[in-house]
Every structure is written in C-alpha cells, then in structure tokens.
Design a protein around this ligand. Structure first.
Ligand code: CP
Length: 359
C-alpha cells in the first residue's frame, strides 16, 4: 500500500499524477479525493451505484432519517477561498443528507489568513475541529499539498478537492460520469460514445478531469472544439495519446454536432486572464449552442455543462429533454454524498438498507 506518511513532500511532488493516485487511497478506497487519476472504472461504477441508492433512499422520510443517522457524529469544514455556488451547496446538502454538521470559511478576509496566517496553518486548524475538509482554491496543487500535510500530522482528516487552480476538479468529473451513466443506461452505457467538449478547454479544470475519466471507458472518442488560443492543453493531448484514445481538435463546432452523443459546453474562464481583455480576443460566438445547433443534434444525445453558464447555451435550449445540465448539477449532491459515505466506510450499511427495503 502507498502511504503519504512514507514519502517526503519533495519526492511526492516529482511523481506523475498516475503515480500519485494510490497515495490518496486508504483501506482500498478513497481517503483523500484530490485528482481524477485516483478513480478507475471499478470505483466510478461503485460510486454511481451508491449515489443511486442514496438518491432512492432519500426519497422517503424514513430513508432520509436512516441516512442522516449515519454520520451525525461527524463534522465537515467547507473551505472555499474561491467563488462557488453549486459545488459549495451540493457538498453542504450532501453533508446534511448524511447527518454531518458543517462549518465554513468562504472568504479568507473573515479568517485569520487576513492576519497573515498561511493556508497550511488554516487547514491544520480546521483539522483540529472537523473530521473532513472540503476545499476549493485558485492555487493549483494546493489540495495535494494539504493532503500530504494532514496525513503527516496528528489529525490526518480527509481532504476533498472541490476545485484547485486550472488543473483539477475531480468531484465534478465524477458527477459528470454519473450523469453520462444515467443518460446512456438504456443505450449501452458510456462505452463507444463520442463526447464533444466545447468552449474554453485550456483553462477549464472540469474538462481536464473529465477527459481523463473518460479514458477508463472503451472506445470513447473525444473531440475538442475551441478557438485556437483556448484549445485543450498539450499535457491532456499527450495523456490521451499514451492511453490510446481517439481524439481530435477543431474550431468547427457545427460539423461536430450531428455525430455527438454528448456535447459538453463550457464558459470562457476569464478569471484566469493574465492581461486585461485577453479573453475578448477569442471570438466565442461560434462556440454557442442555440436552437439552430439543437436541430442538428441526434435525438438520443445530451447537452451537459458544469455551470455557471453565460451566453454559450441559449435559455430556450433548457426546455429540450436533451439538456441535462440541471440534472447534472443535482447529481453532484448524490455523488458527493456517495463519496463522503465511502470515505467514512458507510457504503455497506447503505447497500444493506437498500437491499432490505428494495429501493
Ligand atoms: N461546476 C462548478 O464548479 O460550479 P460552481 O463554481 O458554482 O461551484
């Protein structure tokens, strides 16, 4: 077993993402949730099945009471130093479903970071009071560093990465996979599907994490549609090449619509601009989905978006059954509840309850 206590931070940093992945597991499942690379297909299937069980159990008062009894002795810290609506709220709701009490810091200016405390010391402080830390940061790799730090402290509580820098958003990618599993459950699953990513693919961490997870499925083709200056980064292309995945890059969205099984839209991530007006140089008008584009889509295809959106999906599209982004967002709550339940080894009790009550 690979343990973060057995490796120095200097040595750990030098590992590839796939080499780091086993270090984030404990007892054969996720201890920390930090990078998409720690999820293989078996884990994705298990989390999807558990999310479905939690979703069904939570429909009844009695079922929700059962779920809320599971972790009523635990506390979770939601440390979001970068803006969020749905990731924050879905983690909050997931904690409530499982009975965890929560605390939060959403603005470092209200914490002692304002007085110069380091983020490392902040997280160590949270670990003194809470049993789980969910964190979002604009600093790439910070969640990794905190996972190593806490694993080597007297309070090795799990860290869940709710978005770090431009590099990783693993829990979003897992909920995206769950949405694809549910969307294609009557049409052969995710295997063999064609997924078309559209928009700012250079700075979208959800695309980076999901692109990796899709390599766990057979014969999934990935198409990246973006203006040249926002096209997916070379490290993702290299990862896909080494995984033997068929992929292509283009700036012609219209030509990709008729053969797409899933279209994954993204907004321009101009919060990462290094110069004023940098994003405005890209003409994103050709990377928007409206009623004309909808008319070109296959009847059984789906439109996804991690949200929030701007103008890249017209509001009228929301009424089409292929628009699954609102369901995708709600799926985040079930998937995050499944992750937390697994971390605290409550998955077997949930499975037993579901079997006993035939849900
Ligand atoms: N998808 C996502 O991360 O949304 P928020 O930024 O609102 O959390």
């Amino acid at each position: 077993m690979s343990l973060l206590t057995d490796i120095s931070w200097e040595s750990f940093q030098k590992l590839t993402l796939c080499e780091k992945a086993p270090y984030f597991r404990s007892n054969g499942h996720e201890g920390h949730v930090i990078i998409a690379q720690q999820f293989d297909r078996e884990r994705l299937d298990a989390l999807g099945n558990l999310a479905t069980r939690i979703r069904r159990i939570a429909k009844s008062h009695e079922g929700l009471d059962f779920l809320q009894s599971l972790l009523s002795h635990r506390r979770a810290m939601l440390y979001f130093s970068q803006p969020s609506t749905r990731t924050f709220l879905s983690f909050l709701a997931a904690c409530e479903i499982l009975g965890l009490k929560t605390g939060e810091v959403r603005d470092a200016s209200t914490s002692s970071e304002f007085k110069g405390e380091s983020q490392e010391d902040s997280v160590r402080t949270f670990s003194s009071y809470f049993d789980l830390i969910v964190m979002r940061s604009k600093i790439g790799g910070l969640a990794e560093r905190m996972a190593w730090l806490l694993s080597n402290s007297e309070r090795p509580v799990p860290i869940l990465n709710a978005g770090s820098g431009k590099d990783q958003h693993p829990t979003q990618a897992v909920l995206d996979i769950y949405t694809l599993q549910r969307s294609f459950e009557k049409s052969g699953g995710i295997d063999g599907k064609r997924v078309v990513f559209v928009g700012d693919l250079l700075r979208g961490r959800t695309v980076r994490s999901l692109s990796f997870l899709l390599t766990q499925y057979r014969d999934v083709e990935q198409v990246f549609v973006a203006p040249p200056q926002l096209q997916v980064a070379e490290d993702i292309q290299a990862m896909l090449t080494s995984a033997g995945v068929q992929f292509s890059l283009t700036d012609d969205f219209q030509s990709q619509i008729p053969d797409a099984d899933a279209i994954y839209m993204t907004r321009v991530q101009d919060e990462w601009d290094t110069q004023q007006g940098e994003s405005e140089k890209a003409d994103i008008s050709k990377f928007c989905l409206g009623m004309d584009e909808l008319a070109l889509m296959k009847p059984a295809s789906v439109i996804m978006h991690p949200l929030p959106r701007r103008e890249e999906i017209a509001v009228e599209v929301d009424h089409d059954p292929r628009a699954v982004y609102w369901r995708q967002m709600r799926n985040g709550m079930w998937v995050r509840a499944a992750m937390i339940a697994t971390i605290f080894e409550k998955h077997k009790r949930i499975e037993a309850y579901a079997n006993e009550h035939a849900v």
